[in-house]
Design a protein around this ligand. Sequence first.
Ligand SMILES: [Zn+2]
Length: 231
Amino acid sequence: MASKRDIKILTELLDLGDVKVISHRLHAGIGIILQTESEKLYSICPKCGTKSHKLHQNHRHIIKDLPFGEKQVFLEINRRQFKCEKCKKPFSEDLDFVRKKRTYTKRLAYKTIQEVLENDIQSVANKGIVTTEEIERMLKDASQELCDSKPSAFKRLGIDEIALVKGKGNYCAVLIDLDTSKLIAILSDVYDRLRLRKQEAVKKILREWGVELLEQIEEVSIDLWNLHSMY
Ligand SMILES: [Zn+2]
């Protein structure tokens, strides 16, 4: 049994807002499993915006989180279903730290993408924390998320490419703010959806940003893996 003090320390270390650790186990060869629960007693119905306190069902499952030292960390989470008193229908709660139907936390996805930018998908997957499929999913999600928001002004633009594992010779272009190392855009789906060549996809996104933003950029650095297909 975990003492109250252990629980308090683990919850502080986990640092996920309303999420409280309720127990912990260490499995040799697997890692640390933290059983968690939300301290929030309600959720907002996505259809009508009504605050609902009526618990309908518990949906517990295990997701991956940032490793702790050499140990892999798993969180047992509960994505509860509440029943909206107005709509009379159950809905699944939104959790700040993990997207729906994903097997990893948002912060693990963020860190993994940063590592992929510095290395490549295969070598990040070889560490054994996330699989190549999960990494490609993370890139797609990030691509979508970045696509929905226009970047704020920056001075140095870097254009790079990530080699995808599926389908040899598939790449996705990444646009980075070189001063902050922040991702600005990932162009992967764009190629497929619009059947654009990379060069055209990059041009398209630059045009979408508008002149005002482009005028702020003082330097562009292009470091593409397969220059041949680009030019
Ligand atoms: Zn409702």
